[in-house]
Design a protein around this ligand. Structure first.
Ligand code: ZN
Length: 345
């Protein structure tokens, strides 16, 4: 089958398009004929590699995807049929440990993301456990279905499970441009929060407003935005909840802007993982800091229901062909996008 894969770690130039073996499914797996896949920053990290990542090469990249069921494992009894239209939950637990059996798949020691430790979605066919597949309505387009999973499951767990967002709160979203931020803005609006978004260009300011952000700040034009946020937008009360996956560049500003008792939630650190923290701000203001990674299966089901019935709308920035995968990954690496970058398989 045709796929986008690497044979060696290195740069985006190492990504090849060519023939690899079609996956063979186990008795609890489902084989999906892929229609669309979506890019994530994880692709770039996998291409580079990291100590301890030992992939079987060639390795097919890609975490998000949608398509139709081609083949069903002999022990799958969850009501799927060949030809069903489906999307994929890219977070995969072992299914057998105490965490997985108690529904906390993202605490499993073997938890992995599709395309990270196992072959992913930039291929004509992809194999996943049946518990990672959900049906999509006939009227729901494959492109939006592929754009939704990783970003919405990540944003939902951060805001709802971890930070317990409440109606009327001021929520600051740092560095909005990728899919997760577009999901965070929509989920915060769903809970009737007031959203304040920082981003890097006038084009992204307009797009953030378009999807419902209440206040959007271009931090390149206004590097001292913290003052404006504190004095004018929150009337010196401070922010209730910050979503900061920018890391080094913003973490201290985020902590400074929180009101006493405020919360910060993070699912990544795009500008680096180290920060010179002012610990006194944490204890004096009694702040709460939450980490968050992916989601469990129930959170995935909960948020996908809302996506598939139209409460949330995945934002698609641009669609590339599979043959253009290198260009697509470069485009993502340069942070030119607002929303999801897709691959038509
Ligand atoms: Zn497990």
């Amino acid at each position: 089958m045709k796929a986008g894969y690497i044979e060696n770690h290195g740069s985006v130039e190492n990504i090849k398009i060519g023939d690899v073996d079609t996956p063979k499914i186990g008795n609890l797996d489902i084989l999906i004929k892929t229609e669309f896949a979506a890019l994530n920053h994880l692709d770039l990290f996998v291409v580079q590699g990291w100590p301890g990542l030992n992939l079987k090469m060639p390795h097919v990249l890609g975490s998000d995807g949608s398509g139709t069921i081609k083949e069903i494992g002999s022990d799958v009894n969850t009501g799927f049929n060949v030809g069903d239209r489906v999307l994929i939950n890219p977070g995969i637990g072992c299914g057998q440990c105490s965490h997985c059996l108690s529904g906390r798949q993202n605490f499993c020691s073997k938890f992995s993301i599709l395309g990270e430790n196992q072959n992913g979605t930039y291929a004509e066919y992809v194999k996943v456990p049946s518990s990672n597949v959900i049906k999509i309505p006939d009227s729901y387009p494959f492109d939006k279905a592929a754009a939704a999973p990783l970003t919405f499951l990540t944003a939902w767990r951060m805001l709802v499970t971890q930070a317990q967002i409440k109606s009327g709160e001021y929520v600051l979203i740092q560095g909005a441009s990728g899919g997760v931020a577009t999901a965070v803005i929509q989920i915060a609006n769903f809970f009737n929060a007031t959203t304040i978004v920082t981003t890097s260009s006038e084009e992204k300011v307009a797009k953030a407003k378009e999807i419902g952000a209440d206040h959007v700040i271009n931090y390149k034009q206004n590097p001292k935005y913290a003052k404006e946020v504190f004095k004018e937008l929150t009337k010196k009360n401070g922010i209730d909840l910050v979503v900061d996956s920018v890391g080094t560049a913003t973490f201290n500003t985020s902590l400074k802007l929180l009101r006493p008792g405020g919360r910060l939630v993070t699912c990544g650190a795009t500008t680096g993982p180290k920060a010179d923290l002012n610990i006194s701000a944490i204890f004096w203001k009694q702040l709460k800091i939450f980490g968050s990674t992916m989601s469990n299966n129930q959170e995935f089901q909960d948020v996908m229901k809302l996506v598939l019935n139209g409460k949330f709308s995945p934002v698609i920035d641009k669609v590339f062909k599979l043959e253009e995968l290198q260009d697509a990954e470069r485009y993502l690496g340069e942070a030119k996008q607002f929303g999801k970058v897709l691959i038509k398989i």
